[in-house]
Design a binder for this molecule. Structure first.
Ligand SMILES: C[S@@+](CC[C@H](N)C(=O)[O-])C[C@H]1O[C@@H](n2cnc3c(N)ncnc32)[C@H](O)[C@@H]1O
Length: 181
């Protein structure tokens, strides 16, 4: 079994076995493989003018990869203070601090209205709980990509590809008037 598949399996088992309170507060820390980071940004069609939010940004790899693209600004939202610190240091070291911002915050509390792209590598339960917030706050046409986990049957993906042993899903936000799911 490939490493990414094994991680996804561990992640899925965690999702199935975790108590709801644990699931809400903190997904286990598993990094998106570099190949999948590139695939997620490509699937979302990230380009100049985009503002990319990674919810649960970990070591900041998705935010930094997005901020390396010309004309793109990226924001990572992460609860773990140590990871936020490390991601800020990595951004400064890469000369990306002006375009890669990291906030220590619960992503359920973050306002997402300026995001044109949202990236996720979270538990299935968290994706589903986030769905109404994404619908409510994102402008019509904003893209949401998720590594390994979907959004439940109520929000069918626009496209699904495979990368590093997992599915990568793309949804297009219907706009702020859409019903909460
Ligand atoms: C599977 S890791 C993904 C890390 C990174 N996005 C990546 O793709 O490599 C999930 C991250 O979400 C963070 N997290 C979980 N629940 C959160 C919440 N409610 N608010 C902010 N961050 C959260 C965890 O601390 C962890 O770093």
């Amino acid at each position: 079994m490939r490493a990414a598949s094994l991680l996804a399996l561990v992640f899925a088992v965690c999702a199935a076995g975790a108590q709801p309170a644990q699931v809400e507060i903190l997904a286990p820390y598993v990094q998106t493989p570099p190949e999948a980071v590139e695939a997620m940004l490509k699937l979302a069609g990230v380009a100049a003018g985009d503002v990319v939010y990674d919810l649960g940004s970990g070591d900041g790899r998705i935010v930094l990869a997005a901020a390396r693209l010309p004309g793109v600004r990226a924001v990572g939202i992460e609860l773990d203070a140590g990871r936020v610190r490390a991601a800020r240091e990595a951004a400064a070291k890469a000369g990306l601090a002006a375009r890669a911002e990291f906030r220590r915050q619960d992503f359920f509390e973050a306002h997402l209205g300026e995001a044109t792209v949202v990236t996720l590598f979270l538990l299935a339960d968290q994706n589903r709980k986030l769905r109404p917030k994404l619908w409510r706050e994102l402008k019509a046409g904003a893209r949401v990509v998720s590594y390994c986990f979907d959004m439940g049957p109520e929000w069918k993906p626009e496209r699904v590809i495979e990368s590093a042993g997992c599915r990568v899903y793309l949804w297009i936000a219907p706009g702020r008037a859409a019903p909460a799911g």
